[in-house]
Design a protein around this ligand. Structure first.
Ligand SMILES: [Zn+2]
Ligand SMILES: [Zn+2]
Length: 387
C-alpha cells in the first residue's frame, strides 16, 4: 500500500480509536466509607442530574453537601434541595471540572477535571470521576513522580502511566469503574498543577509502550536495581519478553544503591536449618556465612537444598535479594545492593539518565527489551496489519 492511500485510512482509524480511549472512569476514595461529601464547581457552574434527569444547576459560587441515606441521596446547597434514589451526576458544561472532599470521614479537598457520578453501595457513596485520559495522566504523574524532576523523566512517567491506565481498564469492572485513585492502581489526586508535567504530557500525547506483539506492556518499576535488573520469571514465575535482566551502571551512586543488615549468626543458621540446610557441615556453614556474588544470583551461596534469595529477602525484610555475606563475631553481616524487586525500570537509574541528558525513549529501551512507542490510535492498525 502506498503512502497516499495509507494516510486517509490512518485518519479514520484515529477517529474511531480516540473515542474509545478518550476518558478514564476513576473510582475516588475507594477505601473510605464515605457518607457525606461536599461538591462545587471549579470556577464554573455544574449541571445536576438525578437518576438520569437534569434537575438543576449549581452556581459557581455555591457548594453542595450530599448525604448517603437509607432512602437515597440527599443534596442541599444555599439555593437547592435535591433528592435522588440511586444516582446523582455533576457535569461541567464549561469544562472546568469540580472540587470535592469527603466530610464524613474527612479528606482533603481536590480539584478534578471532568464529571462526577455518585452512586450508593451498602449505604456509602460510590464516587466515580470521568476524566479525559490526558488529564488523568497529568494528575497521576504529579502524584507519583512529585515535583522538580527532569523533563525526560516526566515524559517517561507520562507514557508509563498512560500505558498502565489503558492496560488495566478492566481492573475494577466489578466496582463499576476502570481504575481506583490509590496505590492499588495509580495515585490520582485530581488535576495536575505543575507546568513542566503538563508540557511532558502534551509532548508525549497518545503515546503508549507496546511489546513486539503490539500488546501494552506492564511497565513494572522499583527504586534501585543495585546494578543489574532481574528477569520477571525469577521473581514472579511468569516471564515477559521485555522484562529481562540488564546491567545498569546509572544507579550505582544513587541514594538506595547499598544497604547493610546484621543478623545473629545463630538466628541465620537456625533459619537455614529449618529450610533443610545441613548446618552441621562446616563447608556448608562456611559458604552461607561468607559469600560474595559476582553478579545477581537466584539462590543462596550455591548450596543444596537451594534457598531462593527472594524468599530470604521476604523472611528477613531485606531491601533487595542482591547481597554478600561476611561473618563478624557472633553475627553475619549482609551487605546488599539496590532496593526493591529489581524487575523492569530502575527509578533512580532512570532519574540519573534523565539528569545526564538521555531522552525518555532511550531510558525506556535501556530498561525494557524490544519495546516500541506507538500512538494509541494506531494500535488497532498495527495489530490488524498482516493478519
Ligand atoms: Zn485499583
Ligand atoms: Zn539500576
Amino acid at each position: 500500500m502506498n503512502r497516499f492511500l495509507l494516510s486517509p485510512l490512518l485518519g479514520l482509524l484515529a477517529l474511531g480509536a480516540s473515542a474509545q480511549y478518550a476518558d478514564m472512569r476513576v473510582g475516588l476514595l475507594r477505601n473510605t466509607s464515605t457518607r457525606q461529601v461536599m461538591v462545587m464547581g471549579d470556577g464554573g457552574p455544574l449541571t445536576i442530574w438525578a437518576d438520569g434527569k437534569q434537575v438543576g444547576e449549581l452556581a459557581s459560587t455555591d457548594g453542595m453537601v450530599l448525604k448517603a441515606t437509607p432512602g437515597g441521596i440527599e443534596a442541599r446547597s444555599l439555593m437547592l434541595v435535591i433528592n435522588a434514589g440511586k444516582s446523582l451526576v455533576f457535569r461541567s458544561p464549561a469544562g472546568r471540572g469540580f472540587r470535592m472532599r469527603s466530610v464524613a470521614p474527612k479528606t482533603p479537598e481536590h480539584a478534578y477535571p471532568g464529571s462526577l457520578e455518585l452512586g450508593l453501595v451498602n449505604g456509602s457513596f460510590r464516587l466515580v470521576a470521568t476524566v479525559p485520559l490526558e488529564e488523568y495522566v497529568g494528575g497521576v504523574v504529579q502524584a507519583e513522580a512529585g515535583k522538580e524532576q527532569w523533563m525526560e523523566y516526566y515524559k517517561l512517567q507520562a507514557v508509563s502511566c498512560r500505558t498502565y491506565a489503558l492496560a488495566n481498564k478492566r481492573r475494577h469492572a466489578a466496582d463499576g469503574y476502570e481504575v481506583c485513585d490509590g496505590t492499588h492502581c495509580q495515585v490520582f489526586h485530581g488535576r495536575n498543577r505543575v507546568d513542566s508535567i503538563r508540557q511532558a504530557v502534551a509532548l508525549t500525547r497518545d503515546l503508549v509502550v507496546v511489546d513486539s506483539d503490539i500488546q501494552l506492556i506492564h511497565a513494572t518499576f522499583h527504586s534501585n536495581c543495585g546494578g543489574e535488573t532481574m528477569n520477571a520469571e525469577d521473581v514472579w514465575s511468569k516471564s515477559e519478553p521485555y522484562l529481562v535482566s540488564t546491567l545498569d551502571t546509572f544507579c550505582l551512586h544513587e541514594p538506595h544503591a547499598v544497604w547493610e543488615k546484621s543478623v545473629p549468626r545463630a538466628k541465620w543458621l537456625g533459619y537455614l536449618r529449618k529450610l533443610g540446610v545441613n548446618t552441621d557441615d562446616s563447608e556448608v556453614v562456611a559458604s552461607v556465612t561468607s559469600h560474595v556474588p559476582e553478579c545477581r544470583e537466584l539462590y543462596l551461596a550455591n548450596i543444596r537444598p537451594a534457598v531462593p534469595l527472594t524468599q530470604v529477602r521476604n523472611d528477613f525484610h531485606l531491601r533487595s535479594a542482591y547481597f554478600s555475606i561476611r561473618p563478624e563475631g557472633d553475627m553475619v553481616v549482609l551487605r546488599g545492593r539496590g532496593f526493591g524487586h529489581g524487575v523492569g525500570l530502575c527509578q533512580e537509574g532512570a532519574m540519573n539518565m534523565a539528569r545526564k541528558g538521555y531522552g525518555y525513549a532511550d531510558i525506556l529501551h535501556h530498561y525494557f527489551a524490544n519495546v516500541h512507542l506507538v500512538k494509541l490510535q494506531n494500535l488497532d492498525f498495527f495489530r490488524n496489519d498482516g493478519m
